[in-house]
Design a protein around this ligand. Structure first.
Ligand SMILES: Cc1cc2nc3c(=O)[nH]c(=O)nc-3n(C[C@H](O)[C@H](O)[C@H](O)COP(=O)(O)OP(=O)(O)OC[C@H]3O[C@@H](n4cnc5c(N)ncnc54)[C@H](O)[C@@H]3O)c2cc1C
Length: 338
């Protein structure tokens, strides 16, 4: 049985603590309720927006028209499949709770993604990644409801079309799907992945790479880079790291010899935007009114309290302009505007 509420304030449901009202709002706790919410919206001709933990969205000050469906679908099951354990989680499970669960079971694979806020169902949307692991490495399949018809569809990993901070579900077509569960592959055999620079540095002179230790290390490192989102409004990294051609990288490197660049498998080069914002544009710690770039990590935008979506948008656009003027690079938002 679902209860649809009118005029729900959305700032309560986002980690930036920003946003107007949802015209209609419903929280769904299982697949039956999810289908019922979608069917109701279709009958009443209401546009549908899916919300998880609200940790990667900027909701406009005028709110969202139609029905906002907050995903609270829970449940975790697992089965052995060859050398892998397949773990299926309800899309409304808190992603970090799932990781705590797999680590407690002694299953390797998700630990480097510890402490990323939000729900399981949002992780494929932007191919969530951190510390050398991304969802594309661990996802086997997912189930989703087509919000145009109410029908269920299973997506294999290749059908999710993962790329850096992107997937099919960020495309115009993909936005019609409400992800209801995700299946990940994990292993009981030890497989520590500590090659990522910060982790390598953390484990220097140590040989104790057990699962709990890696999870604790990731949480420890993250606590120095990100503000506590229950205290300070933030959506984490607000912009994507830019990806440029080797020619552009060489030209920038001739101007900024210390600029790091990470060559990707397809030859393009990923640049650390935090470094550019800090060392080239000098924006770390910049504050304008209620909005600023976090003093410990220039890539992280924060709402110091009372900011509006319009204020955040204007601030973010001014940063985009400054980066373009200094480097010629057009940076893109990682956060989704709703
Ligand atoms: C402090 C902090 C640190 C962060 N660190 C990282 C990091 O290291 N790496 C990283 O990749 N991200 C990071 N993020 C971003 C964010 O946590 C992730 O993108 C997370 O997966 C968002 O989950 P959510 O449930 O909050 O999604 P929401 O913000 O609610 O939604 C995000 C988008 O996904 C869509 N969506 C949500 N659920 C579903 C669903 N079930 N089906 C279909 N569409 C859906 C929404 O419509 C929206 O477009 C960070 C955020 C914060 C605040």
């Amino acid at each position: 049985m679902i209860t649809i509420l009118p005029a729900e304030p959305l700032h309560r449901h986002t980690t930036l603590n920003v946003g107007g009202e949802a015209e209609y709002f419903v929280a769904v706790k299982d697949k039956t309720e999810a289908v019922s919410a979608v069917t109701t919206a279709l009958e009443k001709n209401l546009p549908i927006t899916i919300l998880g933990g609200g940790s990667n969205v900027l909701v406009s000050d005028s709110g969202i028209k139609g029905l906002v469906i907050k995903n609270k679908i829970t449940g975790i099951t697992s089965e052995q499949s060859g050398d892998n354990i397949l773990v299926t989680a309800g899309a409304g499970e808190v992603f970090d709770d799932l990781i705590a669960h797999t680590v407690a079971k002694g299953w390797w694979g998700l630990e480097n993604l510890s402490h990323i806020p939000g729900t399981v169902g949002a992780t494929p949307v932007q191919n969530v990644g951190a510390y050398g692991v991304e969802i594309a490495d661990v996802l086997v399949s997912l189930t989703a409801i087509d919000t145009r018809t109410g029908e269920e569809r299973v997506f294999s990993a290749p059908e999710c079309e993962f790329w850096y901070r992107r997937s099919f579900f960020k495309s115009a077509l993909g936005r019609h799907y409400f992800i209801t569960s995700v299946t990940f592959k994990v292993q009981s055999e030890a497989n520590p992945q500590i090659a990522y620079r910060d982790l390598e540095r953390y484990f220097k002179d140590q040989t104790d790479y057990d699962l709990e230790h890696i999870r604790a290390a990731v949480i420890d490192i993250r606590s120095t880079k990100f503000p506590d989102w229950s205290v300070l409004g933030t959506a984490g990294s607000f912009f994507q790291n830019p990806i440029v051609s080797p020619t552009v990288y060489t030209e920038l490197k001739s101007r900024y010899p210390e600029l790091p660049g990470y060559e990707q498998t397809d030859g393009v080069v990923k640049l650390p935007l935090g470094w550019i914002l800090d060392k080239i544009v000098g924006l770390k710690g910049l504050r304008v009114g209620n909005v600023g770039m976090y003093e410990n990590q220039a890539l992280v935008l924060v709402n110091y309290g009372g900011a509006t979506a319009a204020e955040i948008t204007a601030f973010a656009e001014s940063i985009q302009e400054k980066v373009a003027a200094a480097t010629g690079i057009e940076i893109e938002w990682e956060v989704t505007k709703l």
